[in-house]
Design a protein around this ligand. Structure first.
Ligand SMILES: [Zn+2]
Length: 251
């Protein structure tokens, strides 16, 4: 199966892409939001990638094995708007509104940083054309800014922090969950590597500042947007620290 699945801390499912072509890793915070659609998905990835692999179908199969469905997703957070992270956003919104068709209201909402939304409208959309793909419809309802992002209430409540970490893309964000020392890094930091800066709007100088900022956090589980030859998730505070030390030489 192109996606492997594991639960890294209670309720946080990691879907690590293992196909031949490109796609991002996807993370799901299960049963967090109140109401009909309790799950939060971060970076749903490609629908179909450059090698014709049906990434989204694979993700759905992997999620279903964990008892999670797209219809139950209430919030899609895209760390940035590159096609390999956000193309499937539109399908999830569609699927969630089909659930609404059974006499229920609403649909999944989409969250992006304001900076990334601006970039997407002016430049980012063209990335889809560069890859010969149909432009993804992203209608952000929630414009994320740096700071606290509290999801849900009561027992399932998850208090995240949004960190603006440009460099790979002008409005890239990382998500930090201090209580569990979890950091989702999108395409800023990988296992033994960093995000490329040669796409439109990329900047190595700014990426360096973003990495410096992330390296100050207390992190036990570093969840990157892609796997590398060195691995995918970086686990343990000591390994995370070593990873930051190693990649600082790359930028
Ligand atoms: Zn990217």
């Amino acid at each position: 199966m192109p996606h492997s699945s594991r639960q890294i801390v209670d309720g946080l499912y990691c879907y690590i892409w293992q196909g031949r072509g490109n796609n991002c890793n996807t993370y799901v915070l299960a049963n967090v939001l109140r109401g009909e659609r309790p799950h939060v998905i971060i970076d749903p990835g490609f629908v179909v990638n450059e090698m014709g692999e049906r990434c989204f179908d694979s993700l759905m199969v992997a999620m279903q094995r964990d008892g999670l469905t797209a219809e139950d997703i209430g919030l899609v957070i895209d760390t940035h708007t590159h096609p390999d992270h956000c193309q499937a956003t539109e399908i999830i919104v569609e699927k969630s509104s089909r659930k609404a068709g059974k006499g229920k209201m609403g649909q999944a909402i989409v969250a992006l940083s304001g900076e990334e939304e601006e970039y997407y409208k002016t430049v980012g959309e063209r990335m889809f054309g560069m890859f010969g793909m149909k432009v993804a419809k992203l209608d952000p309802f929630l414009r994320l800014t740096e700071g606290d992002l509290s999801l849900g209430t009561g027992q399932g409540k998850v208090d995240l922090q949004v960190l603006l970490t440009p460099g790979h893309s002008p409005g890239s964000i990382c998500l930090y969950w201090p209580e569990r020392a979890v950091l989702m890094t999108g395409d800023v930091v990988f296992h033994g590597s960093v995000g490329r800066t040669d796409f439109p709007g990329g900047s190595i100088t700014i990426l360096k500042q973003s990495i410096e900022k992330l390296s100050q956090l207390d992190v036990e589980h570093l969840l990157p947007g892609h796997s590398t030859e060195y691995g995918s998730i970086v686990e343990g505070r000591e390994m995370v620290r070593r990873n930051f030390n190693a990649i600082k030489f790359l930028v």
